[in-house]
Design a protein around this ligand. Structure first.
Ligand code: ARG
Length: 277
């Protein structure tokens, strides 16, 4: 496919919050990717995570770290702990009891780091796992984790229109496993249509007619669980079918091996919470 000539892509420096997988393990199963009978190589998980962190830093981004807490093996998926827009923090409330204490760990971090505008949510929401932020909108997933009621709550707090999207495939239980914002200024996205209900697919097609539509193989490699700075797109290296389409659009795909963290049902985006503003 050829595209009209357009402005070159530019990377904007970002600030991310990440949590090292010091206590990572798969001892329970709250999504179809998690199989407690499969062993996890902890040193390898740590090395893969450090490589992602170092990659962000080498691209000029700032990475803050959240202290991992014992007994919270999923804390490495830091994207779920809050949503931050304009320096304002919308806290998480987890759907599963195994993760509920993570919300507090995030709130503690924000309070200790000078954030004062912090909202403790009334409704279940798993942070950026289900909220994808562009400069104009918040795209919000529901169906497996975040409550539809959290959508109104997040719209009221940020004053940004929320588009609710119904997730229907348990493998894509969080929005960030099925949709990725490639350019938050223009609102360019990529997504896997089959993860959404017919009505939500129609909404996405109407709002994002130029989106990069991803197929089942790359979705199953968690290729949508990617992070873009506007130019570089860090994504699971197994999503081989996405590299050329991203390059065609002027992005620079950067493959990352997070194979151990895939065993918990997460990859690049899950490990990365963006601190906006
Ligand atoms: N094991 C975690 C869970 O099921 C993985 C979370 C992945 N995070 C994400 N942002 N999709 O909750």
């Amino acid at each position: 496919m050829t595209h009209e000539p357009r402005e070159p892509r530019v990377a904007r420096p970002r600030r991310y919050l990440m949590c090292p997988p010091a206590h990572f393990e798969v001892t329970y199963s709250i999504n179809p990717w998690m199989d407690p009978s499969k062993p996890v190589d902890l040193p390898l998980a740590l090395a893969q995570w450090e490589e992602l962190r170092d990659r962000y830093r080498s691209l000029g981004h700032t990475v803050e770290t959240l202290e991992p807490r014992p007994g919270l093996p999923d804390m490495v998926y830091a994207a779920n702990g809050a949503t931050v827009v304009d320096g304002r923090v919308f806290g998480a409330r987890f759907a599963h009891p195994q993760r509920s204490a993570e919300a507090l760990a995030h709130l503690d971090w924000f309070r200790a780091h000078g954030y004062t505008d912090i909202h403790e949510p009334a409704h279940i929401n798993e942070g950026e796992g289900d909220f994808a932020v562009t400069s104009a909108l918040v795209l919000a997933g529901r169906g497996f984790r975040s409550s539809p009621l959290s959508h109104g709550e997040v719209q009221e707090f940020f004053g940004r229109p929320v588009i609710g999207l119904d997730l229907v495939d348990p493998r894509y239980y969080h929005l960030d496993t099925a949709l990725c914002v490639l350019d938050d200024t223009t609102g360019e996205i990529m997504y896997y249509p089959e993860a959404f209900s017919p009505g939500s697919r129609a909404v996405l097609a109407q709002l994002f007619p130029d989106a990069l539509v991803v197929g089942p193989k790359d979705a199953a490699a968690l290729g949508l669980n990617a992070v873009s700075d506007g130019l570089h797109v860090l994504l699971p290296q197994g999503a081989v079918g996405l590299f050329d389409p991203l390059r065609d659009r002027g992005f620079e795909p950067v493959g990352v091996d997070l194979g151990e963290l895939l065993k918990g049902g997460g990859s690049v985006k899950c490990c990365t919470q963006e601190l906006r503003g």
